[in-house]
Design a binder for this molecule. Structure first.
Ligand code: AP5
Ligand code: MG
Length: 213
């Protein structure tokens, strides 16, 4: 099963994608997590991506598309995957579409996790992230067992650089301009499904499972 998660920054794409990956036994592929891991390890790709990410801008398509296509060509993706944060522009969607078509394949579902902008800004300030394993917490909704420490790997949790309020607003603007058009793109392909992302995260997941079967 090949799934795309759509939705604004902070809508809960990552939270839901991890649950989908666990339940259906497919890898969770997040371009944001790949970039953050590269930043943490000080790679050239990481340094280049950071320039854009810290301003809430998109990393250029040339860089993003290549890392995504390399990742999904891995053996572990052969039975499917859940993409989180990719595609984010129409050109990225076209590249993915072309690559899949060449393999005689296609996306099964594009799930739009729908959350209004007002809710998003409130959520982001409370998010804490583990830059080591990609786990995500929320100081109110999903607190870690020990304050500031990742339950999974024991690393220190951080407020992401791009979760500052002024950067969140930029990310939302970029989302509306460049990413929201993908909703129509996947609707036209007949694979778009929308879930109400303002529900409790367990209920969001129930709505997704009802779609995926
Ligand atoms: P990325 O890492 O993809 O960030 P994003 O899209 O901005 O989304 P987030 O990870 O912030 O939010 P999410 O929807 O995953 O929400 P989460 O589950 O964490 O990208 C970061 C940057 O990398 C981009 O800005 C760009 O620069 C670059 N980039 C990445 N991919 C790219 C691409 N394809 N092209 C170009 N550039 C790219 O949830 C948010 C918080 O809310 C958490 O604290 C969570 O615990 C909580 N929460 C989740 N669900 C609920 C709920 N139902 N109720 C209450 N709280 C909830
Ligand atoms: Mg995420």
């Amino acid at each position: 099963m090949k799934i795309i998660m759509l939705g604004a920054p902070g809508a809960g794409k990552g939270t839901q994608a991890k649950m989908i990956a666990d339940k259906y036994g497919i890898p969770h592929v997040s371009t944001g997590d790949i970039f953050r891991a590269n930043i943490k390890n000080g790679t050239e790709l990481g340094m280049e991506a950071k320039k854009y990410m810290d301003q809430g801008l998109l990393v250029p398509d040339e860089l993003t598309v290549k890392i995504l296509l390399d990742r999904v060509a891995n053996e572990d993706c052969k039975n499917g995957y859940v993409l989180d944060g990719f595609p984010r522009t129409i050109p990225q969607a076209n590249v993915l579409d072309k690559a899949l078509t060449e393999l005689g394949d296609q996306i099964d579902f594009a799930i739009d996790v729908d959350v209004p902008d007002e809710n998003i800004v409130k959520r982001m300030g409370g998010r804490r992230a583990c830059l080591s394993c990609g786990a995500t917490y929320h100081i109110e909704h999903v607190p870690p067992k020990a304050e500031g420490i990742c339950d999974t790997c024991g690393e220190k949790l951080v407020l992401r650089d791009d979760d500052k309020p002024e950067t969140v607003q930029n990310r939302l603007n970029v989302y509306h301009e460049q990413t929201q058009p993908l909703i129509e793109f996947y609707e036209a392909k007949g694979v778009l499904r929308t879930v109400d992302g303002t529900q409790d995260m367990k209920d969001v997941f129930k709505s997704i499972v009802a779609i995926l079967g």
